[in-house]
Design a protein around this ligand. Structure first.
Ligand code: GTP
Ligand code: MG
Length: 326
């Protein structure tokens, strides 16, 4: 696969918080302590948040935010640039034609695809199926690539990979060798692992085409239970997802993340569950799929709020071979 991808200008910049007007080393420390660890965090902050964190005046805070936005090149792109970029999107097939069809051909590169759903709804099983199928050659629906699996709940099962690989007549040892698994022990570790993926690509020359984070939110959720404010958690999650999105964009790879749901206690009609992480996770996921159990052991996938695809629903099965049509 072609590694010589065009790296956007903003990614090559080595500008840091200290390059912002009115921000010195002491202010950088104050910003970092409040969760504004990089330019992106400042660029999307409100002046009030920056004032609270640093004690700056409003005028200085506004100037710093404006400068951060300029440095990150957060302006407009022309429609044609976006169109050209969309043409580079590649897709990994899941094993279920119906599920692929729902996603216009499969799980896309250049963005994050999130599944959320209750315990046992099939989120990790889809991850296992993709980890094998991403290694297939393009003519068979894969990307001939290496897979990175960030495992936060110790649910990665090599035996299951072997089973799926055998079903596809692939060499199971080879398939396992091409999956780089890292167990994340807490949310900071998880964030660090995501930041290190770029080294695997740039320094070790690995052709990473799929990054799986299973689960995206479990550590964040557990660590912030009972805390007064969720703002810190949301900021960290946002930062983590930015790292993943940038990877997807820069290296034309697919990021697949799983997410839990929580009960909405005040809900009497409609779906009583919602995804963890609120709008932060929703905004950063280009494609969101809600999974639930259907009749007779089937699973139902529902596409939620896709910017590119029509809403829709389909059924699939978890089988010996991974994920298949009903
Ligand atoms: P949580 O991580 O607990 O939130 O759930 P999840 O959505 O990740 O569920 P997961 O993908 O682990 O799905 C679990 C379900 O997949 C089980 O209840 C089984 O029905 C099915 N399953 C798991 N392993 C196998 C397997 O080896 N073969 C088959 N046929 N089905 C399996
Ligand atoms: Mg799971």
């Amino acid at each position: 696969m072609d590694q010589e991808l065009d790296i956007p200008k903003s990614m090559k910049d080595t500008q840091t918080l200290e390059d912002l007007p009115g921000v010195g080393a002491a202010t950088v420390d104050k910003l970092a302590a409040a969760g504004f660890g990089d330019l992106m965090a400042v660029a999307v902050a409100t002046p009030g948040e920056i004032m609270d964190a640093t004690g700056m005046t409003e005028a200085v805070a506004k100037k710093a935010i404006h400068a951060a936005r300029e440095m990150l090149d957060m302006g407009f792109s022309s429609g044609i640039d976006i169109y050209e970029k969309r043409k580079n999107v590649l897709r990994i097939t899941s094993g279920s034609k119906e599920l692929d069809k729902l996603l216009n051909g499969g799980f896309e590169t250049t963005g994050i695809t999130e599944t959320y759903g209750a315990y046992g709804s099939g989120k990790s099983q889809i991850g296992h199926a993709l980890a094998v199928r991403a290694q297939l050659p393009p003519e068979k629906g894969g990307l001939g690539g290496i897979v990175v699996y960030i495992d936060t709940e110790s649910t990665f099962r090599p035996e299951r990979i072997i089973e799926i690989a055998n079903g596809l007549k692939l060499d199971p040892d080879e398939v396992l060798r091409n999956i780089k698994v890292a167990r994340a022990y807490n949310s900071d570790h998880q964030m660090l692992l995501a930041e290190k993926i770029e080294d695997l690509i740039k320094k070790d020359g690995l052709n990473v085409k799929l990054v799986i984070v299973d689960s995206l939110t479990s550590h964040f959720r557990a660590e912030y239970v009972g805390r007064g404010t969720l703002a810190g958690r949301q900021q960290k999650l946002n930062k983590h997802m930015h790292v993943l999105s940038k990877l997807a964009d820069m290296y034309n790879l697919c990021v697949y993340v799983t997410n839990q749901v929580m009960a909405k206690p005040d809900m009497f009609f409609g779906d009583p569950t919602e995804a963890i992480g609120g709008h932060i996770v929703g905004h950063n996921s280009q494609t969101r799929i809600y999974l639930r159990k259907g009749k007779k052991g089937t699973r139902v996938a529902k596409l939620v709020d896709s910017p590119y695809l029509p809403d829709g629903e389909c059924g699939f099965m978890i089988t010996l071979n991974g994920v298949e049509d009903i």
